[in-house]
Ligand binder design. Structure first.
Ligand code: ASP
Ligand code: MG
Length: 460
């Protein structure tokens, strides 16, 4: 059971988590938690201040966040004598201050110090959560993830060394679980072979949880967050958007990229590879089942699971008549994007031209300049990508026709279909996006849809 930052954001959230864990004790859970919400950002900001020689500001900036931890302890342990966390926090404060001082003096490699500092978010939240669970009579025990998850030396985005990690997870956790204890681990944090603290990259707690689930051969990985799973579309666009009950891993991966940022596909891969179902649930609505992600979800009758979108998209078109029949055109085009490290989202090609979409066109001027040597280039902003996802989309006859018939009054700028078996992607003007999503949602998911096309701001 992995709890995200908002799920451990305040006293009420901790209470809910205790209830959720208590309800599943017979399933022998292992708990993985993120840092309390905003704490990771605060620690990173403090690190930046310290290395810019604002050590005092850095230390002071963390106080309100330590205070938030204290509030939790006060709610769970009314008497000071019982409050073992006070001491932990005092030590952590001192250690963080030492590390910030080192960052100011640059007395250790900065990337290493940064990970050491930022790891306190999860170190503290996991200790706090274990204490909160204990106060409810649950036999919880903090286990330091840095003893279990072994990574390479890539501070800030470390890669786990899976064989060694699997061994350690089993050795450390199995006896506790068998003994009826609930291990509580901080997500995101790990250590290299030399024992130095590393982190798995932002949002890495899901990854930690998936690694642990895979190592233990868990029956299920539960990702507890602040939304009820993956939705049929953005609920700000359609008021009757509903939770998708089951998704395949491939569908979840396509959706994650286009807007439905509930799960990062990389982070749940260890669980999916071990055929462990991943369930995304809402801490505020624990009675709902959320979305289940399986290695293979099978086809639903109408084949479509969800409609995702992404706004603020630019279309770039490059045409080169002299490339007709010659090879090397694509390669030349892609080399330019590679050189400028620019990510392409959707692509569509003809014999002499390529159209593609760009999300954050930071280097767009340089890209255009280089592409102009290959052909004529046009760039236009103000578009939205609509991504219809569902197992069986490529294989079923007439589905593309139904999609485009539903929106026959809308101008479609670019279409990409067939690369993935589970997705059909097209691009429309941003001003048409809400209406397009509303119509598709109505056609594929319900009759009484209420498209809030005017009131909603898709750029958020
Ligand atoms: N606390 C870390 C972050 O904010 C990891 C996580 O929440 O998954 O990125
Ligand atoms: Mg997260």
């Amino acid at each position: 059971m992995k709890f995200g930052g908002t799920s451990v954001g305040d006293v009420a959230a901790f209470e809910r988590v205790c209830g959720i864990v208590a309800n599943q004790l017979d399933r022998k859970p292992v708990v993985v938690t993120s840092a309390m919400t905003k704490v990771t950002d605060a620690l990173l900001a403090a690190f930046e201040m310290a290395r810019r020689d604002r050590l005092e500001d850095a230390v002071a900036s963390l106080e309100p966040h330590f205070e938030r931890h204290v509030e939790i302890t006060e709610a769970f342990f009314p008497s000071d004598a019982e409050n073992v966390f006070h001491n932990e926090l005092r030590l952590a404060r001192q250690e963080i201050k030492d590390l910030l001082t080192r960052a100011a003096r640059r007395s250790l490699p900065l990337q290493m110090l940064k990970d050491a500092i930022v790891s306190y978010g999860e170190q503290l939240s996991s200790r706090l959560l274990a204490e909160a669970l204990k106060s409810k009579g649950i036999r919880a025990r903090t286990v330091d993830s840095r003893r279990l998850i072994v990574t390479d030396d890539e501070f800030g985005a470390a890669q786990p060394i899976i064989d060694e990690t699997n061994e350690l997870v089993k050795i450390e956790l199995t006896p506790l679980i068998e003994d009826g204890e609930v291990p509580v681990l901080g997500g995101f944090i790990a250590a290299n072979r030399g024992g130095e603290t590393t982190t798995l990259g932002r949002g890495g707690s899901d990854y930690s949880a998936a690694i642990v689930a895979a190592a233990l051969g868990a029956a299920e990985l539960q990702i507890w967050t602040d939304v009820t799973g993956v939705m049929t579309c953005d609920p700000r666009v359609c008021s009757d958007a509903a939770t998708v009950p089951v998704l395949s891993y491939e569908e979840a991966a396509e959706l994650a990229y286009f807007g439905a940022k509930v799960l990062h596909p990389k982070t749940i891969k260890p669980a999916v590879d071990s055929a462990i179902p991943v369930r995304v649930c809402n801490t505020s609505e624990p009675e709902l089942t959320g979305t289940m992600v399986l290695a293979d979800s099978g086809e639903v009758p109408n084949k479509i699971k969800s409609i995702a979108h992404k706004s603020n998209i630019s279309i770039l078109r490059i045409t080169s008549a002299r490339m007709l029949g010659a090879y090397g055109f694509m390669s030349a085009v892609f080399q330019v994007f590679d050189r400028h490290r620019t990510v392409i989202d959707v692509i569509s090609t003809s014999e002499v031209s390529v159209a593609l979409t760009l999300d954050k066109p930071d280097n767009i001027d340089k890209v255009v300049e280089d592409l102009s040597r290959i052909g004529e280039v046009e760039v236009e902003g103000g578009y939205a990508v609509i991504c219809v996802v569902g197992e069986g989309l490529r294989a079923s006859t007439g589905l593309a026709a139904k999609i485009f018939n539903t929106i026959s009054d809308v101008h479609v700028e670019l279409v990409s279909h067939g690369a993935s078996a589970v997705n059909l992607t097209f691009v429309v003007r941003e001003s048409d996006a809400a209406a397009v999503i509303g119509k598709l949602h109505k056609a594929f998911f319900s009759e009484k849809v209420n498209a809030k096309s005017e009131s909603c701001d898709l750029t958020k």
